[in-house]
Design a protein around this ligand. Structure first.
Ligand code: XBP
Ligand code: MG
Length: 246
């Protein structure tokens, strides 16, 4: 019997990338006087790399190979290391993102709250396995029209707690270990090919994919079921109808 469901966050609980993470990165760039602007299509490419700090490094490698971090303003000292500069830039990005979630910029996807409620009422335990920073998860859940939603999740595995982010299986394995359950007792919900590889790598076979705006065209081979919404009639449709795979 199904004992727990492990959810991805970005793209799965809410469609956060295009109008949440992307503008938060751009706001952080503007904060420090950089004229970098991640457009919707460029961000789609950069999403191939999971993790915000990793994504900034990827952008620098590909588009700004000669970039040297400026010295901290008002100081005569040398430039910070690239790593330190990216960490600081990402800290600002997280501040912007959390503020946006607090303002309720991104709602939960249609059907998510119903599914969580039904699972909880049926005694199914709830968990999260995500690449994103923990504060981002808490801020999103706190903005939902269900007070205390965060506490419905027994396990929130997020961000830098594992060295290898998705598509590596580590974050799902950590969630399973914290639930103290074998993968066969759990289902997972994802929205991206990187997430599918991560879940399958952790041996989670009962894998539902709800495609999101950036992931419609991806390859979900191995997922048990791929849908474009959770069944709510008012949910925005994507190009993909429900397809059975595997
Ligand atoms: C989500 C991500 C994250 C967010 C940004 O992937 O890749 O990096 O874009 O989060 P998934 P941070 O949905 O597969 O977990 O900037 O906090 O890293
Ligand atoms: Mg996702």
């Amino acid at each position: 019997p199904l004992q727990a469901i492990i959810f991805d966050v970005d793209g799965t609980l809410a469609d956060t990338e295009r109008d949440g993470h992307r503008p938060a990165f751009n706001a952080a760039f503007a904060d420090v006087g950089l004229d970098w602007e991640w457009s919707v299509p460029l961000y789609g490419e950069l999403l191939r790399v999971t993790g915000g700090k990793e994504r900034i490094h990827e952008y620098l490698r590909r588009f700004r190979p000669d970039f040297v971090p400026p010295p901290k303003s008002g100081s005569e000292s040398a430039s910070p290391s690239l790593d330190a500069f990216v960490r600081e830039l990402h800290r600002r990005k997280t501040e912007h993102y959390v503020a946006m979630m607090r303002d309720g910029v991104i709602p939960l996807r249609s059907g998510v709250l119903r599914l969580l409620r039904e699972a909880r009422d049926a005694g199914v335990r709830l968990a999260i396995a995500t690449t994103t920073t923990p504060e981002n998860v808490t801020a999103l859940l706190a903005s939902a029209p269900e007070p205390g939603l965060e506490h419905w999740f027994e396990v929130i595995a997020a961000g830098d707690v594992v060295p290898a982010k998705k598509p590596a299986p580590d974050i799902f394995q950590l969630a399973l270990a914290q639930l103290d359950l074998p993968p066969a007792a759990c289902a997972a919900v994802e929205d991206s090919d990187n997430g599918v590889r991560s879940a399958l790598g952790a041996d989670l076979r009962a894998l539902l994919v709800t495609v999101s705006s950036y992931t419609e065209q991806q390859d979900f081979t191995g997922a048990a079921l791929v849908v474009d919404r959770l069944g709510e009639p008012d949910a925005p449709s994507t190009a993909l109808a429900g397809t059975l795979q595997g």
